[in-house]
Design a protein around this ligand. Sequence first.
Ligand code: EPU
Length: 302
Amino acid sequence: MRISDPKIVAQLAELAVDVRPGIALADLTSLGIGGTTDLLRIKEHESLPDLLNLLDTNHIPHKFLGGGSNLLVGDGELPWVVLQLVRPEPDVVLEGNFARVDAAADLGRTITYCAKNDLGGMEGLIGVPGTVGGALRMNAGAYGMQIGSYVREVKLYRAASRKIEILRGHQISFEYRHTSFAPDDMMLSVTLELPSKSFNEILKGIRICNEKRRSSQPLGQKSAGCIFKNPPGASAGRMIDELGLKGLSVGDARVSDRHANFFVNAGKASAKDMLTLIADVRERVQKTYGVELENEVVVWNA
Ligand code: EPU
């Protein structure tokens, strides 16, 4: 979708929104898949209510993009614009055991920065690509920990009230790869309370997680991490592997040879290829195990 009306373009500039026309989302997602649309980069959180009003008044649909690392975007010209926060400098401010982190901050760099200041707890998430806002929205987790455990406060744009609000940790529910945020709420910043640990101790944990991840996941390839959530008490990756589906391909979309719940873009996969592969694997698992696998990857298909 293109914003061509000069009046709207001028209003966006007044709201400190930088319009990048005709951006290929394939370049902004870790899967390297996705069509084209206008990207609206937001420099000031406070402009969001007015920005959303402007878009709604002019019937311009939108979606919020974080780091694009858990996302499968449709092909071709996309019927909505994409909003993304510009990362401020600094993006992490520490005070005692509290880290106030901008949603646009890179997750890995945030974990490392906190570690250097003797704040730990998030070692398991090292190596998970994406932004802190994206991790928060999905309640990203790995190796027995999840980000939600450390959340004390969240600043967000709430679609329901059309305002910027602050929620306390206890007002948010964090479940397995799921939170109580509405799909069109936009994370702005989060305050984490992290346990004190020495840098060396944290580094040990980080090294162990890095090693585990390197040995079991296809890190050098284009992927969106795990495609399916694990069903209660079972492992999607193990089931897909047991069915002998590693290497199964539709075009360049391929079930990873290393971890069967990672589907990689081995070249020029389209969203259609990837969605066909996902549907095929889901059906095969359903037939054999009687389990309907739920997507872990977020799909933006027009
Ligand atoms: N397994 C296989 N074959 C495979 C993959 C896994 O037999 O191809 C077996 C493993 O040997 C193991 C079991 O399945 O016994 C579980 O595998 P793994 O330890 O790799 O964990 P997972 O359940 O597949 C989850 C998260 C990952 C996270 C890891 C580490 C989900 C859907 N996935 O994977 O998160 O990194 O644990 O904690 O919850 C993601 O969210 O995108 C993601 C990759």
